[in-house]
Design a protein around this ligand. Structure first.
Ligand SMILES: O=C(O)CCC(=O)C(=O)O
Length: 419
């Protein structure tokens, strides 16, 4: 029986089928038999192996001023250098190679890429153009209401019961890309998890779809963007591997490394004696400095020591490379500041150079204040110490600039006002 007249389930028969055809055509479920039995077994072993190593952890995410812990534990696997950004958190993908469990996930990914393509071609129209070349999978481990250490909430809008993932569309995905979700139960005899679906642009019933053990569902083409989905908690723990075509424009190591190389290329020019400063160059350096500090280095350390240890085959080295570049940018700011000192022997720089650096320093100060506040959020208290933010990059009295930029801003304002 549906919990409310505005909700339909497959057992409602023709009304469910009619609404599905009219408003939810991009939602397709594959029975477990579509995938080879040996793959199901390997995937189950891989997920258990990863969980026994503590690789699934709660994310601490942020929306507006609220910092909260996800109900589910998750980990991200994917192509080398991939990250996934959601709710002001950057997740760093463990490359899906090198360990047997990760290779299995990559194999699952390849299989789902092929199946998703077939599903989309069968649906035809714009679906046939949908991208399915998955570059990451966000794997969830979801516990029952009784097991979860984070209190789960009830779905109130349609009275659907307890949710492990509330209503949302997946973010940071390529346009018209399909999402594939493979799931498996810890105790397959209790297969009572459901996914709820809600159309955003149509007045129609919500659908509630129960999922068999080891089934895969697809949200084809624009389905994710035009609908919300929620995961309704069942009575046995569950894994779900959510394969996505994540955006790559600004979200790969290769991208940010390139930005750092470009910024460091102008450092010699900015530091050259006898050369007035160029405000545009200062702006470019400041943009990259800010991006690498807040979008990458701090995002990594925010997730704690256990996270860094898990990533020590790939990301720890990459973050060290980015930190080295960022350090060089801080040193360059120090040189710029000395060139802007009116009593220095440097040729006079244009007023725009003062204004630009002041703006950059004030923005960094604000972002550092916000970051510090976030690291102190009570949400972290419920996590083990190894998952709490680490205070890096470190500062000492050899650092070119201090963490707290107030005195530097004050100095520069004074120099700006001198004539
Ligand atoms: O577990 C599922 O079925 C979907 C999970 C989900 O919506 C998410 O990870 O964003």
């Amino acid at each position: 029986m549906s919990p409310s007249s505005s909700v339909l389930e497959p057992e409602d028969g023709e009304p469910f089928a009619r609404v599905h055809r009219a408003h939810y055509r991009g939602f397709v479920v594959d029975a477990p038999s579509v995938l080879p039995a040996s793959l199901h077994d390997d995937v189950e072993r891989a997920f258990d192996d990863m969980r026994s190593r503590g690789e699934f952890t709660h994310d601490v995410v942020s929306a507006g001023n609220k910092v909260s812990t996800t109900y589910v534990r998750r980990c991200l696997l994917g192509e080398d250098g991939m990250t996934y950004h959601y709710q002001k958190l950057r997740l760093f993908a463990q490359p899906w190679r090198g360990r047997e469990a990760y290779e299995v996930v990559r194999r699952l990914n390849e299989t789902l890429t092929r199946s998703a393509r077939e599903r989309c071609e069968k649906l035809g129209g714009a679906f046939a153009e949908s991208e399915c070349e998955y570059n990451v999978t966000l794997i969830n481990y979801m516990e029952t209401e009784g097991e979860s250490e984070i209190e789960l909430r009830n779905e109130e809008k349609f009275d659907l019961g307890t949710t492990s993932v509330s209503w949302h569309s997946d973010s940071s995905l390529r346009e018209n890309s399909t999402v594939a979700v493979y799931h498996t139960y810890e105790a397959p005899e209790r297969k009572d998890w459901r996914v709820a679906l809600r159309a955003l642009n149509a007045e129609c019933e919500v659908l509630c779809v129960p999922l068999e053990d080891k089934a895969t569902y697809y949200m084809c083409g624009e389905f994710n963007a035009t609908h919300h989905h929620a995961v309704l908690t069942g009575s046995s723990a569950r894994y779900s591997s959510t394969h996505r075509v994540a955006v790559v424009a600004k979200d790969t190591f290769q991208y940010i490394k390139r930005r750092c190389i470009d910024a460091l290329a102008i450092v010699p020019d900015l530091e050259r004696e006898n050369k007035p400063l160029d405000a545009k160059q200062i702006q470019f350096l400041a943009d990259v400095h800010r991006e690498v500090e807040f979008q990458w280095i701090r995002m990594f350390h925010l997730q704690g020591e256990a996270h860094a240890a898990w990533h020590d085959t790939y990301w720890t080295r990459k973050i060290a490379e980015l930190t080295e570049a960022w350090d060089r940018m801080e040193a360059c700011f120090r040189v710029i500041l000395s060139k802007l000192k009116r009593s220095s022997r440097s040729p006079e720089s244009p007023p725009r150079a003062y204004a630009m650096l002041l703006y950059a320093l004030k923005t960094v100060k604000e972002l550092r204040d916000e970051y510090t506040k976030r690291t102190k959020a009570s949400a972290y208290a419920s996590l083990p110490p190894s998952q709490r933010p680490v205070d890096l990059p470190a500062y000492d009295n050899t650092s070119p600039l201090p963490f707290e930029l107030k005195p530097v801003i004050y100095f520069l304002e004074e120099e700006q006002n001198k004539v």
